[in-house]
Design a protein around this ligand. Structure first.
Ligand code: IPE
Ligand code: IPE
Ligand code: MG
Length: 252
């Protein structure tokens, strides 16, 4: 970068920084319960953590940040909690979209849109449309998302093509199925972080996680911050990714 040129990021990107980080933002309810607060307060504080982490991701040079904000299975929660979670998404988009756009963040949404209220669908579409041309951090919001449902939708689209004679069953392979997932242009996550100590995927990015490094951190999502993100990235940097091959030092 030439001297005096505006800096795109606050600091240089380290070579071991993951390009795509995906986060299962878990533990809002337990964070609130530990403080004698209603679960909704945990979710509200979770949005503040999200703002911190979007900013930190951008500063650290992460290109893609995917966040799990509502799962296909979260419909089994009480209606009042679902109302809180939807209310927070609405408020997050209404309050933060302009500043995300100003910061060059591109918003993408994965998950099932059918069946969502029209106002939520419109907000999600507005966020994607407004930020479409942005080139800094891509923020992928997994909302009403379930990995099995996503894979089933892709399979259905392939089946339609076969039934209409537009492709043969033999032509179906992992690449053609991946083309019909919700965001086929986005690279697989390098690092998946889950907060609050649970060690499972809960139907998150199961196809895309085939070779992701998984890092589980004990803290609840409302307490997650830049230092915690840097800690998870440091753990990632210590891992050796082999993708089914041999360790680099034994490969030659
Ligand atoms: C994560 O926190 C937020 C969502 C699942 C939407 P939880 O609400 O799952 O909090 P815990 O796991 O009950 O503590
Ligand atoms: C996963 O967390 C979903 C989100 C973070 C949005 P859950 O809290 O719903 O997962 P389980 O039920 O503990 O597996
Ligand atoms: Mg949970």
């Amino acid at each position: 970068m030439s001297e005096g040129a505006p800096s795109e990021r606050a600091e240089p990107v380290r070579p071991d920084t993951p390009r795509h980080v995906a986060i299962i933002m878990d533990g809002n309810g337990r964070w609130a319960a530990a403080r004698g607060l209603p679960r909704g307060e945990g979710h509200r504080r979770g949005v503040e953590a999200l703002r911190r982490v979007v900013r930190a991701s951008h500063e650290l040079g992460i290109a893609y940040l995917t966040i799990f904000s509502f799962s296909s299975e979260n419909w089994s929660r009480p209606a009042s909690e679902i109302g809180d979670l939807f209310g927070l998404l609405r408020r997050f988009i209404r309050n933060d979209l302009a500043s995300l756009h100003r910061d060059g963040v591109r918003v993408r949404v994965i998950g099932e849109r059918e069946g969502l209220d029209a106002d939520i669908r419109n907000l999600l579409a507005e966020a994607e449309d407004l930020t479409r041309a942005n080139t800094k951090l891509t923020l992928v919001v997994a909302f009403n998302y379930g990995s099995r449902q996503e894979i089933a939708r892709a399979a259905r689209r392939l089946a339609v093509e076969v039934s209409e004679g537009r492709r043969t069953a033999d032509s179906i392979n992992e690449n053609s199925l991946a083309q019909y997932l919700d965001a086929p242009d986005i690279p697989d996550p390098d690092l998946i972080i889950r907060t609050s100590g649970e060690q499972r995927l809960s139907n998150f990015l199961m196809w895309q996680a085939a070779y992701s490094e998984l890092v589980f951190v004990p803290i609840h999502w409302p307490d997650f911050d830049r230092a915690a993100l840097e800690g998870a990235i440091a753990e990632y940097a210590r891992r050796e990714r082999r993708f089914g091959g041999l360790a680099a030092k034994t490969a030659s």
